[in-house]
Design a protein around this ligand. Structure first.
Ligand code: F42
Length: 148
């Protein structure tokens, strides 16, 4: 885990329950939404300094992941967006596999390529983008490279 802090569960009941089931089962249960796979992202609260755990749709490509700040098509970015801007390090759980990763916001052609992968993985993102009065931010999470 690249981050230190006390875990503060989500105030949203269905999200909190998904996180609990996902983690307590070792990544074998609670790993989908509407039949599609989900990953768990642990970030550092930019104000509280507490650990926040956020389920997001799984958009994977060659060992990297897109983290799509869609917030269900709401006009505001999700709070976790600000956490990643302040502290890009995260822990990402994909089923039983847990990895330290570093995130960065992507733009231009790189964003477009990842957006296509995101919509292929979770078609509702396209509706969310139409509904949201903002360009939905997209982070790419990549493995933290360690010296050996
Ligand atoms: N949300 C997405 O945006 N994209 C997805 O692909 C996605 C998939 C998904 C799949 C399953 C599932 O169960 C949920 C899914 N969600 C997805 C919803 C997602 O998990 C989040 O609930 C949603 O994005 C809203 O994120 P949020 O960070 O705005 O969460 C709110 C409800 C929240 O937890 N707020 C906390 C609170 O107490 O109100 C604050 C959390 C926080 O990080 N606070 C910071 C701190 O310092 O601790 C403050 C940061 C600041 O600058 O204010």
């Amino acid at each position: 885990m690249p981050l230190e802090g006390e875990y503060e569960p989500s105030p949203t009941a269905w999200v909190r329950k998904q996180v609990e089931l996902y983690e307590s089962s070792g990544g074998t249960e609670g790993t989908t939404m509407r039949g599609l796979p989900v990953v768990l992202v642990t970030s550092l609260g930019s104000r509280s300094g507490k650990l926040r755990k956020t389920p997001l749709m799984r958009v994977e490509h060659e060992g990297s992941y897109a983290l799509v700040a869609s917030n269900g098509g709401a006009v505001k970015h999700p709070v976790w967006y600000h956490n990643l801007v302040a502290t890009p390090l995260i822990e990402l759980r994909d089923g039983p596999h847990v990895e330290d990763m570093k995130t960065r916001l992507v733009t231009g052609g790189e964003r477009r390529a990842w957006w296509e992968r995101a919509v292929a993985a979770f078609p509702d993102y396209a509706d969310y983008q139409r509904r949201a009065d903002r360009e939905i931010p997209l982070f790419v999470a990549e493995p933290v490279v360690r010296d050996v």
